[in-house]
Write a protein that binds this ligand. Structure first.
Ligand SMILES: Nc1ncnc2c1ncn2[C@@H]1O[C@H](COP(=O)(O)OP(=O)(O)OP(=O)(O)O)[C@@H](O)[C@H]1O
Length: 315
């Protein structure tokens, strides 16, 4: 059994012995008190009488000793407890972006929405980052015959400001929340909402309350100038953060934007300041310029990563 468990959405599927992955079943995290309930519900619905031997779960949070307290949900994923509860041979708990990084080499052009015409240096690190309920980051590195996906909590690093206006917006957030991290300050569903409220405060606008979905909808249909300004700032900040992470990891192979939010507005991101801000690293512009950036538009790309990880672990 394979699963991808985020703060809002969870997805389950079975993988056959021959590597074929069955249909993905979706469950809202809020609809089940525990992961055990969601997993039991999924398994009970399977027509296949084949015994499930092992489970590999990609989860949105830091994994310690095969266990994860999800960052943005009350679920606790404990691999050993689930193994006992379902009588499985093994349960492995992995970070969700670590798993997405494993999917990167197998992605095809149809799985991607390119944001430029660059091609990337062969054999160099591949970076994946993505705003969803949280902000995940991982980098797939191949060196001396070994392949590893670096596990990070980069979403909780400090949100950078690139302009005086962003400095004022971040200062407004800092007064409310103290440390302003990348995730809650901008690059997640909750972050987009916080950004909207902070820009309204800085601009002295009495704005209606909107969640992330309402902000992007109002930005895209042109019904709210503030939402549009905020979504433009979100894209610009995403570019700066992606550029920061690209130089941090030396990700000359390519940078991939994942998560549930950005695939909802690929053309808006392409037309935004994203790419200019990605490259705007002063004397390191020439280093960033050849690095390709794209959006992963393949639904449930994490399952390709889970499969790649399983294939790698059994070779
Ligand atoms: N139309 C929309 N525009 C922008 N954000 C949206 C939209 N619809 C939903 N969201 C936000 O997307 C987030 C869910 O993203 P995603 O589907 O990647 O969830 P997830 O896998 O549970 O997240 P994570 O893995 O980061 O915990 C929520 O914060 C929600 O507010």
């Amino acid at each position: 059994m394979l699963a991808d468990i985020g703060g809002t959405n969870s997805r389950f599927a079975l993988m056959e012995e021959d590597g074929r992955i069955g249909p993905v079943t979706y469950a809202r995290v809020a609809d089940f008190p525990t992961v055990r309930d969601a997993m039991a519900d999924f398994l009970a619905r399977q027509a296949s009488r084949a015994r499930v031997g092992t489970a590999v779960l990609a989860v949105a949070g830091p994994v310690v000793n095969n266990r994860c307290v999800l960052t943005n949900s009350p679920w606790i994923i404990d691999g050993n407890e689930l193994r006992g509860a379902f009588g499985l041979d093994a349960v492995q708990v992995l970070n969700d972006f670590e798993v997405l990084a494993w999917a990167l080499p197998a992605l095809q052009p149809a799985d991607l929405f390119p944001l430029d015409t660059q091609t990337g240096a062969a054999g160099e690190p591949l970076l994946v980052l993505g705003p969803g309920t949280g902000f995940g980051v991982s980098c797939l590195v191949e060196r001396h015959g070994a392949r590893v996906a670096v596990i990070t909590e980069a979403g909780h690093a400090t949100l950078p400001a690139e302009t005086e206006r962003e400095e004022r917006v971040i200062a407004a957030m800092r007064r409310r929340m103290g440390h302003v991290e990348i995730e809650l300050g901008a690059l997640s569903g909750a972050g987009l909402q916080n950004l909207y409220e902070a820009v309204a405060e800085v601009d002295g606008i009495k704005a209606p309350q909107r969640d992330a979905a309402a902000i992007t909808t109002a930005a895209l249909d042109g019904s709210c100038d503030l939402s549009r300004t905020v979504l433009e700032m979100f894209c610009a900040i995403l570019g700066s953060v992606a550029g920061n992470l690209a130089v941090t990891f030396g990700a000359r192979g390519g940078v991939y934007v994942a998560g549930g939010i950005v695939p909802r507005f690929p053309k808006f991101l392409a037309a935004s300041a994203f790419r200019e801000r990605f490259e705007a690293k002063g004397r390191f512009r020439d280093y960033l310029h050849p690095i390709p950036t794209s959006i992963i538009v393949k639904p449930d790309a994490s399952f390709a990563g889970l499969k790649a990880f399983c294939d790698h672990s059994t070779t």
